[in-house]
Write a protein that binds this ligand. Structure first.
Ligand SMILES: NC(=O)c1ccc[n+]([C@@H]2O[C@H](COP(=O)([O-])OP(=O)(O)OC[C@H]3O[C@@H](n4cnc5c(N)ncnc54)[C@H](O)[C@@H]3O)[C@@H](O)[C@H]2O)c1
Length: 344
């Protein structure tokens, strides 16, 4: 079968992970065009792939004979870049978050439907082997009724991290530690829970990182449709990037994810550890994990087989909804009740 011809918009920090993925996926995909408003960044990425074109103009990419575009631009540009690529007839796999508002996510979903193209959103941690195993076990009922969950993220983002033209801004990043870093934990718990949050009481604050306007800490109690209560905590002012922890608790036991490893403890059984098979060498920052390539390959598989993509935009929109509920709850100092309906 012919190789997938792919393009990238946004050749900043995360593009190193895509570069490594394309170097490993030569048998099925080819990076043929790169765009960045900073031409030297596009040129640098393109230089790693013989024949790969580059430009600082989106229009140049839209004219290429591509089948897929990866959108790796700042959050506020996802809507514009995703819709332009869908309208040009490309399938799109965009970085998280899908957008900055549910209304923008709806416009992107409508563009995908109108142009009959697939739109996927990166949530690479869903592909961790232990997460897949726990998902399967929850669906099989091995944990019994799910009663609760927690996630903690204690990371460090130095002031220099925010010294760019979009990070740390409500308008362009759309928030701080919740929408950018801890969105992965929120998405994982939603994914594993297998049902939607119905009540959110959250609080955000800026305590240590005074050079930004968005939050550097957040916590929330999130109640799901099944009655389980999820305790959420995240901050960007710890001394280092401590491994993320996510635990799911059921009637028959618990599953604790620490970074990429999951320990499953079921009553009456020996604890079992599901270790990652990807790595341990890391292609970018260690805290990004190694699962982008796994998700990209899965996206391409769905395109080839004509099956729906795994992390579809409706799903990603619901995780965004949870992020926005935490912000709204904090701003209005009240519990937010949310009922997701099929047409939402
Ligand atoms: N999945 C993950 O674990 C993970 C990790 C890091 C970043 N990300 C996501 O990747 C995306 C990019 O983050 P980053 O850290 O690489 O940011 P970055 O600022 O390092 O890179 C963004 C790039 O986009 C370019 N750009 C800005 N405006 C543009 C425009 N109009 N046209 C073309 N290029 C433009 C910038 O010049 C820059 O090179 C974000 O959505 C972020 O949340 C995801």
């Amino acid at each position: 079968m012919e190789n997938i011809k792919a393009g990238i918009i946004g050749c900043g920090r995360i593009s190193s992970v895509y570069r490594a993925a394309f170097e490993n996926m030569k048998e099925e995909a080819e990076l043929v065009f790169a765009v960045d408003k900073d031409l030297s960044r596009a040129e640098q990425l393109a230089a790693a792939f013989p024949g790969c074109g580059y430009s600082d103009r989106l229009e140049d990419l839209l004219r290429q004979p591509l089948s897929v575009v990866h959108v790796l631009t700042p959050h506020f540009l996802h809507k514009k870049h995703v819709i332009a690529c869908l309208e040009a007839g490309f399938h799109v796999l965009t970085e998280k978050p899908i957008a900055l508002s549910l209304e923008d996510a709806d416009l992107m979903i409508a563009a995908a439907k109108k142009n009959k193209r697939q739109l996927g959103v990166i949530f690479q941690n869903r592909y961790i082997e232990g997460v897949q195993e726990v998902k399967r076990m929850i669906e099989n009922g091995e944990f019994g009724r799910i009663t609760g969950a927690f996630s903690t993220l204690n990371w460090w983002r130095p002031p220099s991290y925010y010294e760019c033209d979009w990070k740390g801004s409500w308008e362009k990043e759309g928030g701080g530690v919740v929408i950018d870093q801890a969105i992965h934990s929120l998405d994982l718990v939603r994914y594993l829970m297998g049902c939607e949050p119905v009540k959110v009481k959250g609080h955000i604050d800026r305590r240590i990182l005074t050079n930004i306007e968005v939050e550097d800490v957040a916590d929330a109690a999130i109640t799901f449709e099944n009655g389980a209560v999820y305790s959420f905590f995240a901050c960007n002012y710890y001394t280092s990037n401590s491994p993320i922890r996510v635990e799911i608790s059921g009637e028959h036991g618990t599953a604790l994810l620490t970074e990429n490893e999951v320990v499953i403890r079921l009553k009456g059984r020996e604890p079992r550890t599901v270790s990652p098979s990807v790595g341990p060498e890391v292609k970018g920052e260690a805290y990004w994990g190694n699962y982008h390539e796994v998700q990209i390959r899965d996206f391409y598989r769905c395109l080839r087989e004509g099956t729906p993509v795994q992390t579809d935009p409706e799903d990603a929109k619901r995780t965004l909804g949870l992020v926005l509920d935490i912000y709204r709850s904090s701003k209005e100092n009240r519990e937010i009740e949310r009922k997701y309906s099929a047409e939402e």
